[in-house]
Design a protein around this ligand. Sequence first.
Ligand code: GLA
Length: 359
Amino acid sequence: MTSTWAAPGRVNLIGEHVDYNDGLVLPFALPFVTTARVAARSDDAVKVASEDVGEAEFATTVSPGDVEEWVAYVAGIVWALRQRGTTLPGLDIALSSNVPLGAGLSSSASLTCSVASAINDECSLGFDARELADVSRIAENDFVGVPTGTMDQLASMLCQSEHLLLLDCRSMETRLIPFAPSASGLTLLLIDSQARHSLVGSEYGDRRRDCEAAADALGVGSLRDATLDQASSLPDDRLRRRASHVVSEIDRVQRVAAVLDTGSPADIGTYLTSSHESMRDDFEISCEELDVLVDAALSGGALGARMTGGGFGGCAVVLCRKGDVESVTSRVQSAYDERGWEQPMVWTPEPAQGAHRIN
Ligand code: GLA
């Protein structure tokens, strides 16, 4: 038998760097997927063939440190499933992906979630979507060694087409919110700044530590439990600004969800822009390219714009009226031209389906 599953990359409309602070996030699945075709073997070899990056082989008993680079994401799933007490046979795994790499669109979560879903199905392991998201996060955190929060894998597993996923990262409750900007005469642009700053790994860990230190200083379990007044009272300037971002960002997610519930998506623009300002000034995770992109989009008539994802490069989301798409994109392109930067990629993605079986 073979089992083939596709799992998407994601973009977060709003709620950045709050998932590991027990906060609320609002991602949707992109129409870009990694597809994993898995077949059980009669020995204990795992043979992986990727259309894009080549071939690799390891044993089902693989441990952290045994393999590197992209293979580690696949081996991490085999390892994390075994940590859960499963016995796996050898596997043939064939991969293909059209998720843009390095653009902050969770190509890695789409890879781990597709592989976890296909192995779960092929080997009748019986894990549900949330458990598979957890297996995928553990593979990234403990096998690959990337300290992600909970958002990317849950988004890849649980998102639904035409909806945003409001995810409470403390209770793990989810609510689907219909999101079809075009029905309101709007367009949501996803623009890849083309910036790829290597800072992202170490800075991400630094931000997590700052948030923990701020929560400790305030005597709360996590910044989810802090108020803006409390955050503003922190004597340490850096921790004060980090905490202010997290507390205000969680509030913005709630406001955006409430606005969308009343069916007036144009009104979320202002929250998108204030989210960007908060990440630029207080959380300090933006970069010149993203700031230029966001400013140019706003000066071209966008209703709101913000960087999205971990920061230091990657993509921005821009909300504008359909009639303003031309002026917004041409303003961004001119700003890039003036600086001699490579032109940004522009997509207009509609919310797509989370992980799903193919045939
Ligand atoms: C990365 C992490 C996520 C989340 C975002 C920021 O994508 O993998 O868990 O923390 O950054 O919101």
